[in-house]
Design a protein around this ligand. Structure first.
Ligand SMILES: Nc1ncnc2c1ncn2[C@@H]1O[C@H](COP(=O)(O)OP(=O)(O)OP(=O)(O)O)[C@@H](O)[C@H]1O
Ligand SMILES: [Mg+2]
Length: 234
């Protein structure tokens, strides 16, 4: 299976079982998904339906119980831990609900951090981080630590950080879940611009209809399965 010319991430019959003592939780029960290059996809579904589990597997943050994940044609199950960490750093940009910035680092250093892991020189890291901060409208706040930024600004730093290594895909897990409506719309507007303007492939997990409404494809998860998919004209 290699259609990496068309697909950024492909999942094949993905299952994930969490063992909780004697109880097994079947978080995913066989998910086949293909994310096309340049696609903007929403994943929606009730709480506990497996959205975060799926996103973590798509980004090789976690390993499936059975099934396979291909990222740019690479079967991530065949990689060593070292190769996996390298692939993750180069190809995946994560954006989380609670920003997950490093609190003792200023905005510039937060954005530059992923480039430390890919061997970019300090000078180049700082130049690129500054450009990315400019892209998200925070050039003048590069010195601010997360606690000195609003929630929306922190999420913009997180988006800039996700872009640091020019990833194949951005995976965003409820990126607006912790923001007020207006600020959330700004973040979505930014992701939309990255997708439309730069062709950035993006998957967004969301509970909000106004977010999924801007996506080309909406994947509905229920009880660990894809219940249906809706392709929309945008
Ligand atoms: N680390 C874990 N250990 C055990 N069970 C887990 C773990 N992570 C998730 N689960 C269980 O797996 C199922 C799917 O969880 P998941 O976090 O993927 O749902 P979700 O769709 O993202 O929900 P939400 O909308 O609330 O974020 C749930 O039943 C959850 O309790
Ligand atoms: Mg979740």
């Amino acid at each position: 299976m290699d259609r990496s010319d068309i697909y950024t991430v492909v999942t094949e019959n993905l299952t994930k079982v969490y063992r909780m003592g004697k109880v097994n939780v079947e978080a995913l029960r066989g998910v086949d998904l293909r994310v096309r290059k340049g696609e903007l996809m929403a994943v929606v579904g009730p709480s506990g339906s497996g959205k975060s589990t799926l996103l973590n597997l798509m980004g090789a943050l976690d390993k499936p119980t059975t099934g396979r994940v291909f990222i740019d044609g690479v079967d991530v199950g065949k990689l060593s831990d070292f190769e996996l960490a390298d692939l993750r750093a180069r190809k995946i940009g994560f954006v989380f609900q609670f920003f997950n910035l490093i609190h003792r680092m200023n905005a510039l250093r937060n954005v530059a951090l992923p480039m430390v892991f890919t061997g970019v020189s300090r000078r180049e890291r700082e130049e690129r981080a500054m450009k990315l901060l400019e892209l998200v409208g925070l050039r003048d706040k590069w010195r601010h630590r997360p606690s000195e930024l609003s929630g929306g600004e922190q999420q913009r730093v997180a988006v800039a950080r996700a872009l640091a290594n020019n990833p194949s895909i951005i995976l965003a897990d409820e990126p607006t879940g912790n923001l007020d409506t207006k600020t959330g719309e700004e973040i979505i507007g930014m992701l939309l611009k990255l997708n439309k303007g730069m062709g950035q492939t993006i998957v967004i997990v969301t509970h909000e209809k106004h977010v999924s409404d801007v996506c080309e494809r909406i994947v509905y998860l229920r009880d660990g399965l894809v219940e249906r998919e809706v392709v929309r004209k945008t």
